[in-house]
Design a protein around this ligand. Structure first.
Ligand SMILES: Cc1cc2nc3c(=O)[nH]c(=O)nc-3n(C[C@H](O)[C@H](O)[C@H](O)COP(=O)(O)OP(=O)(O)OC[C@H]3O[C@@H](n4cnc5c(N)ncnc54)[C@H](O)[C@@H]3O)c2cc1C
Length: 517
């Protein structure tokens, strides 16, 4: 029980496996021999190969792994992402859209602009959407501009940003870096058996090509199989398809019409009859996919919708069908095994919340690595509490995108609005927000994945109205609010004049690189 934890065995070499291996190895300096990090990866089972939208957290993750931004962008076909544009989610009309940018509303923390914006809108003093009036990033995205200049040093920004990336290239890039620079040992082998210790821990795994491999802590990154936590330790799966109905994805890779075609600097999510289509611009191609509920539409209809979205290029593309089981494991860490990535669970990629959970899991494991087995159950409990909370908040936030829609073209939308499908926690928040806008007090944990600002963007973007007649105090600081609206207008003018297009900046980075920090 008091033996130092020194040998970490990760099974699975997708984005989850390599990010976790790299984060632990870098934090504990595995290359100096302080700790042994072994990653076992099947040479026969491919990685999922989708997962192209990330969060701004990826910048600090790459930095912690000692990766340069220039190398990452060049080798992973990466582009800049500055948020998501939700099109046709409210009425389904051509001009129906709103943004969830990656920056807080102007002056957030000083004043709550939501109340002032709504008052101005209702008095016909502004026609602007909430995100356009409070955040300059919407204008940046609408113009396809980059979040920084070629002179802005690596990982620094003018506007907050994340990345779109090629998932296959990213795993291969991480593998090369982790093995060459961080001391991770890769074993190409299929795990065929899991061998228990007397106390129920995992003592070792048996592989077809490399014999038996033992360790102190096992990290299950085996994707949807959840080989160690789900199959071996029998941790139940909590299904949430009664809340989030998406259960199938059809994915394609779409070539650009020309080498200099614009690259969108946001993820475009366009609502469909029974789901939505994602559209992600990488440097050399777009990643496009239709996720839908098979209880509300057929594969043929979904394919037709994807075809009509993609246009004439569709006939030459290979469509990949991926089943989606919405939900997560009841526990993420049991005994000496913790699951990261798809093996822990998955929810539709509406807000790209999967890879960020991988990063958060890898950080917590790296930074709170139990010193010895004696204290591991305490760390496991904390990890389980933290991530259970995070999964539940993500489910609430994803569901929020559906419940305010006015679409009626399919029972998919009315079923989504049925209170019986809305978690109690979200219903309570919606009740509170009838009288005050989302604020930091609504989220008391320091483990929030989506801040109050994100809820504001979705609520007010979708036409939700808060009744301020009971809380007039929220409208008192008129002068401060006006100053913030003016600042936003000035910021828009400034960035419109200074920022290059997303394509231009990426081309320059491929040619010259960014300044290192
Ligand atoms: C349609 C879709 C769209 C998505 N979009 C996004 C997005 O935009 N943003 C986002 O953040 N996330 C997204 N995701 C999720 C994202 O793809 C995953 O979270 C991410 O790729 C991590 O996957 P993984 O490493 O857990 O699993 P995988 O990539 O499936 O890797 C599993 C690994 O386990 C190995 N393995 C399995 N069995 C064995 C065995 N017996 N022995 C040895 N090795 C084994 C495999 O060889 C492989 O290396 C999306 C997912 C889907 C399905």
């Amino acid at each position: 029980m008091n033996k130092k934890i020194t040998s970490i065995v990760i099974v699975g070499g997708g984005t989850a496996g390599w990010l976790t291996a790299g984060r632990i190895a870098a934090h504990h300096r595995a290359q100096d021999g302080n700790i042994k990090v072994t990653l076992i990866e099947s040479p026969n089972i491919p990685i999922i190969g989708v997962g192209e939208g990330t969060w701004p957290t990826m910048r600090s993750t790459l930095l912690k792994l000692g990766i340069t931004e220039t190398d990452f962008i060049r080798e992973c076909d990466a582009s800049f992402k500055q948020g998501a544009k939700f099109s046709r989610w409210v009425t389904g009309a051509d001009d129906d859209f709103y943004y969830h940018p990656l920056m807080l509303p102007q002056g957030f923390g000083k004043t709550n602009l939501a109340a002032h914006w709504q008052a101005a809108r209702n008095n016909n003093q502004t026609q602007q959407s909430f995100s356009a009036a409070t955040c300059f990033q919407e204008a940046v995205c609408e113009q396809g501009l980059a979040p920084k200049l070629i002179t802005t040093p690596e990982f620094n920004s003018v506007a907050n940003y994340a990345y779109h990336l090629n998932a296959g290239k990213f795993s291969a890039f991480l593998q090369k870096h982790c093995c060459a620079k961080l001391g991770v040992q890769q074993v190409l082998a299929d795990v065929t058996g899991v061998n228990p210790a007397e106390n129920g821990d995992i003592a070792s795994v048996t592989t077809e090509q490399a014999g038996v491999i033992g360790g102190d802590l096992f990290i299950d990154c085996t994707g949807f199989q959840s080989l160690l936590l789900g199959q071996h330790l029998q941790v139940p799966f909590i299904d949430c398809s009664d809340v989030l109905f998406i259960d199938t994805a059809l994915a394609v890779q779409v070539p650009y019409e020309s080498d200099d075609a614009p690259i969108a600097s946001h993820t475009l999510s366009t609502a469909q009859e029974a789901g939505w289509i994602w559209d992600i611009g990488l440097v050399h191609r777009r990643g496009v996919g239709h996720v839908y509920s098979s209880n509300h539409t057929s594969e043929e209809q979904a394919t037709e919708r994807l075809q009509s979205y993609v246009g004439s290029a569709f006939k030459n593309l290979t469509v990949r069908k991926i089943p989606i089981h919405s939900g997560h494991r009841q526990l993420f860490w049991k005994n000496n095994c913790v699951a990261v990535g798809l093996s822990a669970g998955f929810l539709e990629p509406l807000e790209a919340s999967a890879i960020v959970l991988v990063e958060l899991s890898a950080s917590m494991i790296a930074e709170q690595l139990p010193a010895c087995r004696e204290v591991m159950d305490i760390t496991a409990k904390r990890f389980n509490d933290t991530f259970r909370y995070r999964w539940e908040r993500i489910i609430d936030f994803l569901k929020l995108h559906y419940i305010l829609s006015k679409r009626n073209d399919n029972s998919f939308w009315s079923d989504n609005r049925d209170p019986a499908t809305i978690p109690q926690s979200l219903q309570e928040l919606m009740q509170l927000w009838r009288y005050h806008p989302p604020g930091d007090h609504d989220f008391t944990s320091n483990n929030e994945v989506f801040p109050a600002a994100s809820y504001q963007y979705v609520l007010y973007g979708m036409g939700f109205e808060t009744d301020y007649s009971f809380s007039q105090h929220l409208l008192h600081d008129v002068a401060i609010a006006q100053e913030q609206f003016n600042k936003n207008r000035k910021n828009i003018d400034q960035v419109m004049r200074s920022l290059p297009s997303n394509r231009d900046l990426l081309t320059k980075i491929h040619l010259h690189g960014l300044q290192t920090i």
